[in-house]
Design a protein around this ligand. Structure first.
Ligand SMILES: [Zn+2]
Length: 262
């Protein structure tokens, strides 16, 4: 939740001031005990699958209404990913696994740490609170070191994303799986230009001041070319409109479930 200089330059914009306020509120709420928040925000309209809380409404983030959970701070795409992890993967089967979690989500990390027999490792290039400082384009682990990799909203920051994806393939075990999420426009092709470095131009074109591209439907191609077998999982295929509304998940959310090509 730190700020970069390039981000501070954008604070003159109303949207960024709203986001700053959202982050401050998120940080304050995260410091409170979960039982207090579950009671204080209790309501029947919504249910967060990450923290299993019934809540009145989700909190806005910038221009996004109904975005983050006031109890666990999960965002809409994180709730979709968590639901998928719970319902469609072997993460909770109790068998020993090694997991690499890149740029760990605040809502996920404490819950993943509690999974029995999960040898859990967090990694990031910038976040000082992770277990291992690492560059995803040069992962400091041997081949097939992990059975599970979770990497959400990271690749859009990485200039050489293809190199990073090849590294993920390398460190994944032959029977392991990886989940990737990125900001994406599935109706368009990826818009990428590494020469664009101005924060405002990046924000305009790629959606955020520190993004180097805006992915499109061809993200799947990059995963496949890197050595993954890919299953595209769309919220609209898995959840009804009512479930999306209840859990605060956009129907357009999509995640990429990947296994190593054998
Ligand atoms: Zn929650």
């Amino acid at each position: 939740m730190g700020f970069q200089l390039s981000e501070l330059k954008l604070m003159g914009l109303a949207r960024h001031r709203q986001m700053l306020w959202s982050r401050i509120k998120m940080k304050l709420l995260l410091a409170l005990p979960e039982t207090w928040k579950k009671a204080g925000f209790y309501g029947k309209a919504h249910y967060c699958p990450v923290c299993a809380s019934h809540i009145r409404h989700y909190q806005p983030f910038g221009h996004m209404t109904q975005s983050w959970c006031p109890v666990c701070a999960s965002m809409q795409w994180q709730r979709f990913a968590w639901l998928f992890l719970q319902q469609q993967t072997n993460l909770w089967d109790g068998k020993p696994k090694r997991m690499l979690h890149i740029a760990p989500e605040i809502a996920f990390e404490p819950r993943l740490r509690r999974i029995a027999n999960l040898d859990y490792l967090t990694g990031d290039l910038c976040n000082p609170h992770v277990m291992v400082k690492l560059d995803v384009t040069d992962i400091p682990f041997a081949d097939q070191s992990f059975d599970v990799i979770f990497c959400s909203h990271v690749m859009e920051h990485v200039p050489d994303d293809r190199k990073a994806l090849r590294e993920f393939v390398r460190v994944l075990s032959t029977d392991g799986w990886a989940v990737f999420l990125v900001p994406i426009r599935m109706h368009r092709r990826t818009d990428e230009d590494l020469k664009v470095t101005d924060p405002q131009e990046r924000e305009r074109r790629f959606g955020q001041h520190d993004h180097v591209r805006f992915y499109g439907w061809d993200f799947e191609e990059r995963l496949t070319e890197s050595g993954f077998h890919v299953t595209v999982v769309r919220a609209s295929d898995r959840l009804t409109a009512k479930q999306c509304e209840q859990m605060g998940i956009h129907a357009k959310e999509v995640l990429f479930y990947c296994q190593k090509q054998l």
